[in-house]
Write a protein that binds this ligand. Sequence first.
Ligand SMILES: [Zn+2]
Length: 251
Amino acid sequence: MPRPERSYRTPAIILKRFDLGEADRLLTILTPQYGKLEAVAKGARKLTSHKTGHVELFTRADMLLNRGRELDVVNQCEMTAAYLPLREDLMRGAYANYCAEMLDRFTSSGEDDGAARLFKLFDETLARLCAETDPRLVVRYYELHLLDIVGYRPELARCVIGGETIQAEDQYFSNAEGGVVCPKDAVRGTATTQISMRALKVLRHLQRGGYPQALIVPPELHEEVERVQQGYITYLLERRLKSVDFIRRVR
Ligand SMILES: [Zn+2]
């Protein structure tokens, strides 16, 4: 949805912030209608700023923004969720940071495709990162659903080479093909990693629907799930960055 001509009100989560000049801050925010945006919070670094004082990282706020020629300007900012543990607990903060960075790298500013789903997912993830005892499962769930929204949903039910239904046995995962490959079709050494049936079941469970509150994953299985997902994400980001580089060079 294009932003209104003059000013608009929106919920927003602060993904990134940079100091700008003496008193201002440049924010990267996520909104449910307009996707990811950059905006300036004027005077945000002054202690006396009441209007835009609450521009802490990973908070949710209701914002009133004015359309600028280059950058929009935050006119009012009222915090609606503080997510305090993300700034008080180093580990929870580190996971939130990772989630924000992943979102930042898989999206472009002003892209509103799937913005509402993305906002909901990110907001719920921050809340879970504050509350859950094991943040790793929160992050794995987030990764899978973010990939789905940005168009890289991994195929976990059928072999991505032969198309046949995956049998209950250990399998392979192809980063290049974006999904599971059966042992028969697996070509070793071409970005294909092994994945146990148990790990595949965890992935499917996470991909299928709502957040699995009651799921308990043993540590070694957790490591395997993380290794497979990280391999896929790293592969996608490198390809994405290369494609961005390529477009720049062509220009
Ligand atoms: Zn196959």
